[in-house]
Ligand binder design. Structure first.
Ligand code: FMN
Length: 483
């Protein structure tokens, strides 16, 4: 057992259980049930993380954990933020933090230790059997069982010492082979291509289960050349303790749950997918993808796969993406000189990209359009955007019903929707099928759903119970109005 390792998943689970943020589920089937239960769970208010045990056909103790980041409370605890159940509060706390973590990462280089819980079991050569773990078949349309969704894939550059850690999905082919889907341009893919060009095997360690802070950070865009373990060190305020794979020498957290170590041999590819994407569609069918030949498996007793399956939002990780991207968009608006920004929310329904909303306290004519265009086109917002909405500060951007009420009642479409043509599209956009040019262009709508600036004084007043009367009535009529 590790003592006091901040990346020990077991300690975090104990804490979450004590705070009623974790539910143990016994006896579910790896074939579709884990996926379906998790998907229905994240749609519930007050959902809990789910720890599946006694999975059909597997020994007790071989477990799968899902929904780790899908509540403000759990996300706050992972990020070492003040514990809150209010996501706007979490976004406010997060503002500026990614920049700060990035700049401090170099002071928190990971440190090597001799041993760790992950080495409790080591399977070598003929004993390697990836099928011993209960990899879920998450959704009905999937092309196979995915052992890696909430995972962290550790790789190394070909011509430098840069270690990258990225979340790329991992499909089980057979007992010693898994497929790795690294989209072109991702850091792991760049390192892979360099090895492939040199005709060299590509060393890989896949962390299948770890403290969810690992996949939370390996699943976001940390700058090129930076190691995600150092970034995690900056969040924890102490370096990440790693051990090294005996074949590749690659580092991974000493308290990891399960690690697959192996190589992608030149030219070794098999069909991978289809698999649902973050926006809720099967964007591509099965396609050829690199295969990792697994030669070592390291794991703790009673190992835990950390799963985070994408699906139609809200899905397992759409909430964490919404929070992280909302904070980054808020920072980008302020950095671009947009004043009076009250709140920002990158909605889960748009995969935290395609439907973003900012609220402002209007200060001058043109303020709302300025905010909307920057929201749509700033660095964090440009990729795969679609609708950017600006609302007044009486509207909560994270409340879709309030936002759409403002859109329905405070816009004149001919005047209040600006269209940007030829913006940055993507082949991952479900609408790319209908793009009108070969290049990846798509359009954007900026919806100015603020009251017209020249009618702030005489715009019809809102017809609803005042905040003061609400408080009084709620206090007096508690038995009628309590949930
Ligand atoms: C749960 C989850 C699954 C993901 N699956 C993939 C994937 O299969 N392929 C991929 O290229 N990116 C995937 N991503 C996005 C990448 O993890 C993300 O772009 C990350 O920045 C990649 O790391 P890199 O910047 O070091 O390349 C996934 C993200 C999450 C959170």
């Amino acid at each position: 057992m590790s003592h006091g390792n901040p990346l020990d998943l077991r300690a975090w689970l104990d804490d979450m259980q004590a705070r009623e943020e974790l539910q143990v589920v016994q006896g579910a089937n790896w074939e579709l049930e884990l996926g379906a239960i998790s998907e229905l769970n994240v749609r519930r208010d007050g959902n809990k993380a789910l720890l599946f045990d006694d999975i059909r056909g597997y020994p007790r103790g071989f477990r799968v954990l899902t929904c780790t980041t899908s509540s403000p409370f759990r996300l706050a605890s992972l990020l070492r933020a003040p514990l809150t159940r209010d996501h706007n509060e979490l976004v406010r706390w997060l503002r500026g933090k990614p920049k700060e973590w990035e700049s401090r990462a170099r002071d928190f280089g990971f440190v090597s230790v001799k041993d760790g819980p992950v080495f409790e079991h080591v399977d070598r050569d003929g004993a390697v059997d990836v099928l011993k773990f209960p990899s879920p078949l998450w959704h009905e349309g999937d092309g196979g069982r995915y052992i890696g969704t909430g995972c962290a894939v550790v790789t190394k550059d070909y011509d430098s010492d840069w270690i990258n850690v990225g979340t790329y999905r991992v499909m089980v082919h057979d007992s010693t082979h898994v497929g790795l889907d690294m989209v072109s341009g991702k850091h792991g893919h760049i390192q892979f291509q360099k090895h492939a060009a040199a005709g060299k095997p590509f060393p890989v360690c896949i962390v299948i289960g770890a403290h969810p802070l690992c996949y939370l950070i390996s699943g976001i865009e940390v700058p090129y050349g930076m190691c995600e373990f150092n970034y995690i060190g900056a969040i924890l305020n102490e370096p990440v303790e790693v051990v090294h794979g005996e074949l590749t020498g690659l580092p991974f957290p000493a308290a990891a749950e399960i690690v697959l170590e192996g190589w992608i041999y030149p030219g070794d590819e098999r069909l991978e997918g289809p698999f649902g994407e973050f926006h809720g569609y099967y964007q591509a069918g099965a396609k050829s993808a690199p295969v990792v030949t697994v030669e070592r498996v390291y794991y703790r007793s009673h190992p835990i796969i950390v799963g985070s399956p994408p699906a139609k939002p809200p899905n397992d990780y759409s909430y964490s993406k919404a929070v992280m991207r909302s904070a980054l968009l808020f920072d980008a608006l302020v950095a671009a000189g947009v004043p009076g920004v009250e709140s920002v929310w990158a909605h889960e329904i748009g995969g935290a990209r395609m439907f973003t909303v900012a609220s402002i306290k209007q200060r001058y004519a043109g303020h709302a359009r300025q905010c909307g265009h920057v929201l749509s086109q700033c660095g964090v917002g440009a990729y795969m955007g679609r609708y950017s909405v600006v609302v007044d500060d009486d509207i909560d951007p994270s409340n879709l019903s309030e936002v759409m009420w403002a859109v329905a009642t405070r816009t004149d479409p001919a005047r209040d929707i600006d269209i940007i043509q030829n913006a940055m599209g993507s082949k991952n956009d479900p609408m790319s099928i209908a793009y009108t040019s070969k290049a990846m262009f798509s359009s954007r709508a900026i919806i100015d759903a603020c009251r017209p600036f020249d009618h702030l004084q005489d715009f019809p007043p809102v017809a609803q119970v005042s905040a003061r009367l609400q408080d009084e009535v709620r206090a007096k009529w508690r038995d009628v109005l309590a949930l």
